[in-house]
Design a protein around this ligand. Sequence first.
Ligand SMILES: NC(=O)c1ccc[n+]([C@@H]2O[C@H](COP(=O)([O-])OP(=O)(O)OC[C@H]3O[C@@H](n4cnc5c(N)ncnc54)[C@H](O)[C@@H]3O)[C@@H](O)[C@H]2O)c1
Length: 323
Amino acid sequence: MAQKSILVTGGTGLVGAYVVGMLQARGERPVIFDVAVNERLLRAVGVDPASVETVRGDILDLPQLVSAIRDHDVGQVIHLAAFLGEEVQRRPYTGVRLNLMGTVNVLEAVRLENVPRLTFPSSGTVYLGSFAEGLQSIDETIPINPPSVYAATKGGCEFLGNAYAKMYGFEFVCIRYVGGLYGPSPTTMKATREQAIQDMIRAALKGEDATVNWPYGPTEVLYGKDAATATVLAALKPDHKDRLFHIGCAGMVTGDDILAALKKEFPESRVTLKKGSDPMAYPANRPLTDLSRASEQLGFEAEYTLDKALGDYAETMRKLEGL
Ligand SMILES: NC(=O)c1ccc[n+]([C@@H]2O[C@H](COP(=O)([O-])OP(=O)(O)OC[C@H]3O[C@@H](n4cnc5c(N)ncnc54)[C@H](O)[C@@H]3O)[C@@H](O)[C@H]2O)c1
C-alpha cells in the first residue's frame, strides 16, 4: 500500500518550509497546502520544490481542503497556516476569520475524512494574561488568558481543536511556540522585533552601516528551525501521554545579546541599535516558561542558541536573496 501523506498547511512559511524538509529527511511524504507557495524559501532551506506534492490552496475553502486530503491520501495534518500576531492586531477582522475559521475548516476536513491526528501550533501569547503575583514559571497546566486578538485566535483554536477531537475521536496535538519566532522567511507580516533581527543580518551581510530600531526589553526567542523540529517530533510520535507542549529556547535575550552574536558571525559588522522604552506591555516580573514536558515526552531541546542560529540564518539569507 502506498505511504500515507502528511498535509502541511502553510507549508512554505517559515516553520512550514523547515517542517517539509525535515519530514522528507525522515522518509515521510509531506504535501504542501499553501495559498502563496514560496519556492525560493523551500530551495533556500534545501528542499527541491519539484520533489514535494503541492496544492496551492486556501484554508478558507473547505471543499479544497477536503479534496486535498482525499487526492493525496492524507494520514495526518500539520496545520501551520495563519496570520501572525502583528498582522492580526492590524487587521483583526481578517485575522480572526483566517485563524479561527481557517482552523475550523481544517478541523471539519479532518473529521469528515477521518484523519486520525492534527498537530497545531499555538503561541506562548495565550498565557500572557495569566501571570499571577509570585508565579515562578508557567507550565502547561496554567489556564490561559489571551490578552490580544491574535492570542485569542490561537487560544480559541486550542479550545475548538480539543472540543472537535473529543467529539469526533481524533487526536489534537498542540504545541505552543514560546517567544519571538525568528528566521529567514521573507514575509512582510513578521513581528517588528523579528523583522529587526532580519534587518540586522541583512545589513551585516551587505556590509552596510545600519541603525536598527530596538525598543524592546529582554525576551524569549525561538529559532524557526527549532520550532519545526519540535513540530515534527510531536507530529510523528506514535503515542502521546499529554497533547499540549511548550516549545522554547530557555532564557531571555536582549538586543545587545543579538548584536554580540551578530558580531561573532560578522566581526566587521557596523550595525548598531537604537534603543528606547519598551512599547510592549510585557510584565517586568515575567515568569519563565517551563519547557520540561517537551523535553521529557518529545525529547526536544532547542539546538539553536543565538550564535548558532545567526550563522544559519545568515547562510539561508545569502541563498534566499543572493547576498
Ligand atoms: N512566528 C511566530 O512568532 C509564531 C509564534 C507562535 C506561533 N506561531 C504560529 O506558527 C504557525 C506558523 O508560523 P510561521 O512563522 O511559519 O508563519 P509564516 O507567516 O511564515 O507562514 C504562514 C504560511 O501560511 C500561508 N497562508 C496564509 N494564509 C493562508 C491561507 N488562507 N491558506 C493557506 N495558506 C495560507 C502563507 O502563505 C505562509 O506560507 C502559525 O500558525 C503561527 O500562528 C508563530
